[in-house]
Design a protein around this ligand. Structure first.
Ligand code: SF4
Length: 398
């Protein structure tokens, strides 16, 4: 299983002047290094401050050591504007108070550099919660504003963000801002005039923090597939009272491109049975896309957590009687999956290899976070992620 540190892989690419300093063990360093696949000589914007035996035995003052590491890092990397101290299982076990450390270091290095903290630990969390914790940590640092604005919340690839920006502009919705921003100085303001659209279904803490600042969530399905993207944009258009004719005119070309792109994979996927293990928290929007746009049959849709409010619009679109399961009772789910023998199983890496060895075709759920899949122009890629393993299995069959 991956832990919340994994989010650093896509977050550090997004916020271009942020640095993620994991306060953890060698295991954490290996995980993040191999997940990101970036060579050290490429000067990545993440690193691990290793907690070693001396720290664990209480022989060294971990806070003094951390201050020294941070001072050295900031001296060597003057381009850093935002530093995240990222907690891990080891830092939580030794109860290292990273919020106090972030406050202390922020005072020392402000105004040029802001230091924040969040937890990426794998204790009782799923790997997408790292992004939620990171974005929630940004909310208190957002300036207050009463102006009406749309805030898109959740990490999106730049290319996807640009496509959405163009669509919102053509619809006459604005100003539109994104959380996280591409640069620390562009952290958007928030307040009673802010209406936010979640771009990812795993941002419960961030949404709560924004609501506490007076912002209002626009309820919508998530922008996966032609239908999901249209409904997501339509929810914003309704909040801005954009008339239906304008909406249709602006989105027609995108909808058409998306429908044509996904139809190429429909032949491969239609009628196939899919089983989703709980892993990424994307499972319910994915299940909706696979059943409604790809005509797949849902055997079981597992999700680590079911946020009934944020997912209400998605749940309403699932076929009646869909088997949903919340939580990770892996042994029971494995039994059900083996009995059902689905055509494709969406799961974490830890389950994929054993299931492949048993003759099942799998899709790694983490790929859905590493690949741009939101929006009209990515709908075809999303469909292909599911079609490819089936095509490969067909080619390998004797
Ligand atoms: S934070 Fe915990 S689960 Fe994640 S790599 Fe470090 S020790 Fe492992």
């Amino acid at each position: 299983m991956f832990c919340g540190l994994t989010g650093i892989v896509w977050l550090h690419r997004k916020i271009q002047d942020a640095f993620f300093l994991v306060v953890g063990s060698r295991t954490c360093a290996h995980l993040i290094q191999s997940a990101a696949g970036v060579m050290i000589f490429a000067e990545p914007r993440f690193a691990t401050a290793i907690i070693d035996e001396r720290d664990l035995a209480g022989l060294a003052d971990a806070n003094d050591e951390l201050d020294r590491v941070v001072a050295r890092l900031l001296e060597r990397r003057p381009e850093i504007r935002l530093l995240f101290l990222v907690g891990s299982c080891p830092s939580e076990v030794i109860k290292l108070d990273l919020s106090r450390a972030a406050f202390r270091l922020s005072q020392r290095f402000s105004p040029g550099i802001r230091v924040l903290n969040y937890s990426g630990s794998g204790i009782e969390t799923t790997f997408t919660q790292g992004e939620d914790a990171c974005l929630a940590a940004l909310v208190p640092a957002m300036a207050a504003s009463i102006d009406r604005a749309l805030l898109v919340v959740g990490c999106l690839a730049d290319v996807v963000e640009d496509q959405f920006s163009r669509l919102f502009a053509a619809l006459g919705i604005g100003p539109v801002r994104f959380l996280p921003p591409r640069h620390a100085a562009e952290l958007p303001p928030v307040g009673p005039g802010t209406f936010f659209l979640l771009a990812q279904p795993f941002l419960a803490d961030t949404a709560r923090a924004l609501e506490a600042r007076g912002a209002t969530r626009i309820a919508a399905p998530f922008p996966l597939g032609a239908e999901g993207t249209s409904l997501w944009l339509q929810a914003a258009a309704a909040a801005w009272k954009i008339d239906a004719a304008r909406f249709d005119a602006v989105t027609a070309a995108g909808r058409d491109r998306a429908s044509r792109a996904v139809s190429k994979c429909r032949e491969e996927l239609a009628g196939k049975r899919v089983f989703l293990f709980p892993d990424s928290q994307l499972e319910i929007p994915l299940a909706r896309f696979l059943s409604r746009e790809m005509s797949m049959e849902l055997v079981e849709v597992g999700t680590p957590y079911l946020h009934r409010e944020h997912l209400a619009e998605e749940l309403a679109l699932l076929p009646p009687g869909t088997a949903l399961s919340e939580g990770q009772h892996v042994e029971n789910q494995l039994d059900r999956c083996r009995r059902a023998r689905p055509d494709i199983t969406v799961c974490g890496l830890g389950l994929a290899n054993p299931l492949e060895a048993e003759g099942l075709t799998t899709k790694w759920s983490i790929e859905l976070l590493f690949t741009p899949i939101q929006g009209y122009d990515q709908a075809g890629d999303l469909a292909e992620l599911f079609a490819r393993p089936l095509v490969r299995r067909g080619l390998l069959a004797v």
